[in-house]
Design a protein around this ligand. Sequence first.
Ligand SMILES: [Zn+2]
Length: 414
Amino acid sequence: MRAIRRGDTGPAVSEIRSILVGLDLLDAASSFDEATSAAVDAFAKAIPGAVDAFDERASAAVDAFDEAVETAVRAFQQSRGIGVDGIVGPETWQALDGARWKLGARTLFHSIPSALVGEDVRALQERLLEMGYDTGRADAIYGPRTARAVAEFQREVGLSPDGSCGPQTMKALRRLGRKVVGGRPQWLREAEAFRQSGPNLVGKTIVIDPGHGGADDLGVVVPEGPLRWTEADLVFDVAARLEGRLAAAGMRVHLTRGPVPAKPMTGAERAALANSLGADLLISLHLDGHENELADGVATYHYGTGNGLTSTVGERLANLVQREIVVRTGMRDCSIHAKTWELLRLTRMPAVRVDLGYLSSPKDRERLVNPLFREQIVEAILAAVQRMYFPVERDVPTGSIDVRQLRLSLAQRS
Ligand SMILES: [Zn+2]
């Protein structure tokens, strides 16, 4: 198809407008509502003939790709992870077209070779995820994994497990979906398992994942005079320091990689390693980079879809890590965010990724390259991990744990 952009008019534009209005991204004010058409009818009766010109202008308005439409298209593209250019090309059109479907309006199945895509698929995936079925990411694509999750659901409710979602399956989903509203059993299970593992750090397994690594994947790289700072090396140093401190506190600690791994590791490989170790927690360490050197600060990420589907234990860990670092270092608070990245999605334990400042920011960099400052970050993460294992009612104010005393108090307790 030809890309549709600002200034274009015609039926394709009015189609795009009506989808955007349906998604609440575009105000329907410029198209006729009931009150307006009643007013126009009355006007037509009063002054015959005058209405034709008015009609023409009004219909031009609903056909026009104006500034409001462009803004709505940009917002839509951003929400779907499509390149934001305000132009409706093939990819944006496919996503817009898929956005029209409401769950239950059509039968969903694993179609080969081109998979069904749409908002209804996303809604189905999110519902199945909430109920504890593994559809993978809620990506709005009805692939083999979604079909498998549907078949598993069907088997458990006594329907024939064909992996397609028709009226019968929808009915069962609606009936059972109500029971789990607010329950989110998957995350309740995770929280319960975490609680049952007890308040002590001793014997717990933690995986520290220094991001990137290897000659081909240095992460953010910033040259500074004769020096060259790399994200891969700096986060490895933080990971190695953390390893020592966490081990001293009695935890079993594993790093996902050495200082110079032979080849880059994917998020899935890192998650698989943590799963195979039966880890209780995973913390992934990165630095951020931006072309604007004014960008600075710390952000922490946990698993979640952004639509309220979230790992509660992961969110708690993200909160504690973020707050301890911000309070102890004074770096800018870029807050915590839900993400569906492989590493966070495929790990079976509470997992977070923290971006420990911007290597591209002179302000953050000056501190990050100082080993004493990295030690401060290590202490903050250590305090956050300790607080994860305090019962909520015995939690302490952020910044108040003296991690140097940790070993001592552990020794006294046992
Ligand atoms: Zn990174």
